[in-house]
Design a protein around this ligand. Structure first.
Ligand code: KIV
Ligand code: ZN
Length: 526
């Protein structure tokens, strides 16, 4: 960390809220908590953990994060109405540092067509929501949605109302990714002029990437005076996504001598956080993605390679180690013991004890038997995979797949249901993976449909761990699941079963049952 306090930019991570709104992403509570722990290790200032009113699953995840994750402010999103604010508060109230973030649109397009309301009503709702949130906590953020397409004077009026009611952070989003850097900075300068009270609170950017300008616009906001940037790991989020956290943070870090702004993020955790989010969401990172793409530090042309070999800075503006890019170092081998594994895992940021350590050790030994060199990347993939195992999920007990060029592949499976009972099924298919997934459907009696299937190798080499990510559709919902194994079919089966477990947990029947349970234990308002 460096620089003057007034130049510090707070990093507000919205991977678990705006990021999770990306099509096909459906993280369960355990996965969200794991990502939130990693975000805390990364050193973000605020975690927007979810939108608690949106579903019982979201409420539960935000509440679990508020209870378990220490360090950052934990924030819950709420539309500008009392019910949403109550849900957000009930979800974050157990955090050491809770925040409620409430929003309402100020653009006429949204007010007329979406809210079917009036500017007067918007002002009233903003006033009531911020006042209501302030009854619960001193940390209240307000956002005028779609503000970059709104009448600026009207937005300024709404912001003044939010400030009068006690909002402590004002975030002005470029909801549809329409703005340009100079325009966004000018909007802020004008808002500071129209609403002098903005100088007394934290102001914040929230830029979408529809024109590929999210990071540039966020930075323009910083130069205009904002000291909070809302962003998401790997740039995930609605449509084209949000400003990419790793790009914002490294722009602050690498060019600090030129602009003077800085953040408290531990940049060495960036690559790992990116891998974790990619693994959990099933959203692959493009190879040439700035900072965290696998080619971000690769040099292909002879001239570049020659230069870098002579002096790294000839073609690199940052050292890969600064962002924690793994060099695939060998960590352990076949003869390494439990203690060495525990130490290696601790170095990687995993606190694994008791039964979890036994299971991790067993899987490590199985891997070390097949693969001579077990790297940090292997361990990370393996432990993340193990952490996804849950007694309330479907498990792959055994499988057999016969494939040949002369007849249709046949798969047989034994699936452990959440109660522990093993059910069996078999099916033929167009290929071995198709047969395998159909056999799982047959065993469980569910009609899930595969939408996307992706295989990648965790490291190089023929003995590499394979990582499979699937997106499936079940009763109109999409869900993702991931699995890791040296056997691609086994990884596929695990991924499919996890996606199915997530889809069922998200299904209307499961939600209705959960609602009944919640209504029975309503939380009182103050
Ligand atoms: O893009 C947006 O306007 C949002 C708000 C809820 C802040 O995500
Ligand atoms: Zn957004």
């Amino acid at each position: 960390m460096s620089g003057a306090e007034q130049d510090r930019v707070r990093i507000f991570d919205t991977t678990l809220r705006d990021g999770e709104q990306s099509p096909g992403i459906s993280l369960n509570t355990q996965e969200k908590v794991e990502i939130a722990h990693q975000l805390a290790r990364l050193g973000v200032d605020i975690i927007e953990a979810g939108f608690p009113i949106s579903s019982p699953g979201d409420f539960e995840a935000v509440q679990a994060i508020a209870r378990e994750v220490h360090g950052p402010v934990i924030c819950g999103l709420a539309r500008a109405n009392a019910q949403d604010v109550d849900a957000a508060w009930n979800a974050v109230r157990d955090s050491e540092r809770p925040r409620i973030h409430t929003f309402i649109s100020t653009s006429d397009i949204h007010i007329e067509h979406q809210l079917q309301s009036t500017r007067e009503n918007v002002k009233g709702q903003a006033r009531a929501a911020v006042a209501h949130a302030r009854q619960y906590t001193e940390d209240v953020e307000f956002s005028p949605m779609d503000a970059t397409r709104a009448d600026l004077e009207f937005t300024a009026e709404v912001l003044q109302i939010a400030l009068d009611e006690g909002a402590t952070t004002i975030n002005v989003p470029d909801t549809v990714g329409y703005s340009m850097p100079e325009e966004y900075a000018q909007m802020w300068r004008e808002l500071y002029r129209l609403v002098p009270d903005l100088a007394k609170v934290t102001t914040s950017t929230h830029c979408h990437d529809d024109l590929g300008l999210a990071v540039a616009n966020s930075f323009a906001g910083v130069t205009a005076g904002c000291r909070q940037v809302e962003c998401a790991i790997n740039g995930i989020g609605e449509r084209a996504g949000n400003a990419s956290l790793e790009e914002v943070v490294m722009l602050l870090r690498v060019r600090e001598p030129a602009h003077g702004y800085w953040s408290g993020v531990d940049t060495r955790e960036l690559a790992r956080t990116s891998r974790l989010v990619s693994r959990m969401t099933g959203y692959q990172v493009q190879p040439n993605k700035a900072i965290v793409g696998r080619n971000a530090f690769a040099h292909e042309s002879g001239i570049h390679q020659d230069g870098v070999l002579k002096e790294r800075t000839t073609y690199e503006i940052m050292d890969a180690a600064t962002v924690g890019v793994e060099t695939n170092s060998i960590v352990l081998g076949k003869h390494s013991g439990r203690h060495a594994l525990k130490n290696a895992l601790e170095e990687l940021g995993f606190q694994v004890e008791g039964q979890a350590l036994n299971t991790a050790f067993k899987r490590f030994k199985e891997l070390a038997d097949k693969k001579k060199k077990v790297t940090a990347l292997d361990l990370e993939a393996l432990v993340s995979d193990e952490m996804r195992e849950s007694p309330s999920a479907y498990g792959l007990e055994w499988f057999e797949v016969e494939a040949s060029s002369s007849r249709a592949p046949l798969a047989k499976v034994g699936i452990r249901e959440p109660g522990g009972q093993v059910v069996e099924g078999q099916f033929t298919g167009d290929g071995p993976v198709d047969a395998f997934f159909s056999a799982i459907n047959a065993a469980l009696g569910h009609e899930a449909r595969l939408r996307e299937y992706h295989v990648s190798a965790v490291t190089g080499g023929r003995d590499a761990l394979g990582e499979v990510s699937v997106i499936l559709e079940y009763q109109g919902r999409t869900a993702t699941g991931q699995g890791v194994s040296t056997d691609i079919l086994e990884a596929s089966g695990r991924a499919y079963l996890r996606a199915l477990t997530n889809a069922i947990a998200d299904s209307p029947v499961a939600e209705a049952e959960h609602h009944l349970g919640q209504e029975a234990q309503q939380t009182p308002t103050p």
